[in-house]
Design a protein around this ligand. Structure first.
Ligand code: 13P
Ligand code: SF4
Length: 355
């Protein structure tokens, strides 16, 4: 996939019509074509690259990013680019990862505080407390964390490579933070027993309370994705009762019960690939629902069911309007203190080296 390169607003609109006619009404395409044309023109003028996460809305996803993908693919792309400016259409921890890998480039995110419930579920001090309780145990952090947390860890992982990262460590015991459900799903896949300790504050430091001392290999954390935790086994049963042949795909940030009741689980890109290759008559994605629209735009022959009352309020902050302003006004610049960046880069680069 690549951004629309057209010589005029009209030509941009014509191209958008081909790409998006089955998901975006014409009246909207006409308005958005002006934004898309101007963004793609400015991007070349400023020697910028736009990276877009799979959750971006279709009129953005299919028109302005030079590269789209899941967190892993976008990290890899961020590590390779030779452009001066990276505009990250995603959430802050993703843009921060691009900055960690590119200290000499300008990294912009189109909205000023684009959070993530997983990234805000753990602090660098929490990780130091965990390490003090389990000295010498390697720490894997999901990429959905901020730079200061990555700096305390040994290696990052994404939903696309978590099993490979865990297996690369060859360690009997692993601290895996901060997503409780991803940790449980990976533990299940790698045959590990997991415990989610509770923390008790004793003044400045914390004590870990183990509910089952001695019977664990994975030490998790209690972070949850505010989107994926909402899907339930009852949702799955209700949809299957109505559409018996539906194929249900769950992101591994869903609970292990939901993942087990689904037909497939994988990263956002793995889910897209699965829909593209499966012959099922209908699909239901248990993830941010913009992704269903993006798949349908590219695969009009597929039928997609949607549970769109569950949305990511953070990803949805990124718009074409704000992306244009990001390029026009060089905002909002992502910065990471150099001492933290250097230590966080070790965790990210070690993950990328795994392949
Ligand atoms: P992916 O790495 O699978 O794209 O997931 C990122 C994310 O934030 C899912 O909620
Ligand atoms: Fe974070 Fe969940 Fe939104 Fe992904 S969907 S960015 S994990 S809050």
């Amino acid at each position: 996939m690549s951004a629309i390169q057209a010589s005029s607003v009209q030509a941009t609109y014509e191209r958008m019509k081909v790409l998006l006619h089955n998901v975006v009404p014409d009246v909207e395409l006409q308005i958005k074509a002006e934004l898309v044309y101007e963004i793609n023109r400015l991007k070349i003028e400023k020697n910028a690259i736009i990276l877009g996460h799979n959750y971006m809305e279709p009129a953005l996803f299919h028109t302005i990013p030079d590269f789209v993908g899941d967190s892993l693919a976008l990290s890899r792309m961020a590590a390779q680019t030779d452009k001066d400016i990276i505009v990250f259409c995603g959430v802050e921890f993703m843009a921060e990862t691009a900055k960690i890998l590119n200290p000499n480039k300008t990294v912009l995110i189109p909205a000023p505080s684009v959070g993530c419930s997983l990234a805000s579920s753990i602090t660098a001090q929490d990780v130091r407390d965990l390490k003090a309780q389990f000295p010498g145990v390697p720490v894997v952090t999901y990429i959905n964390t901020y730079a200061d947390v990555k700096a305390e860890c040994d290696i990052c992982c994404t939903s696309g490579n978590a099993v490979a990262v865990v297996e690369s460590l060859g360690s009997d015991t692993i601290i895996f933070i901060p997503d409780e459900y991803l940790a449980k799903n990976v533990a299940q896949e790698t045959g590990k027993r997991i415990i989610i300790p509770s923390m008790q504050k004793n003044g400045a430091t914390s004590n870990i309370q183990l509910t089952e001392p001695g019977t664990y290999d994975f030490i998790g954390w209690h972070g949850r994705c505010e989107v994926h935790e909402k899907f339930t086994v009852q949702d799955i049963q209700a949809v299957r009762a109505q559409f018996p042949l539906v194929e249900i795909l769950a992101h591994p940030e869903c609970s292990p019960e939901v993942v087990s009741a689904s037909d497939f689980s994988g990263s956002t890109t793995a889910m897209i690939r699965r829909v593209e290759t499966s012959q099922a008559p209908q699909f239901l994605l248990l993830t941010e629902c913009a992704m269903g629209d993006n798949i349908i735009a590219a695969n009009p022959d597929k039928e997609m069911l949607r549970l769109c009352s569950v949305r990511c309020p953070h990803m949805n902050q990124i718009t074409l309007e704000d992306t244009l302003d990001a390029l026009r006004f060089n905002r909002y610049e992502v910065t990471v203190p150099e001492d933290i960046r250097i230590r966080a880069a070790r965790s990210v680069e070690r993950m990328i080296a795994i392949g």
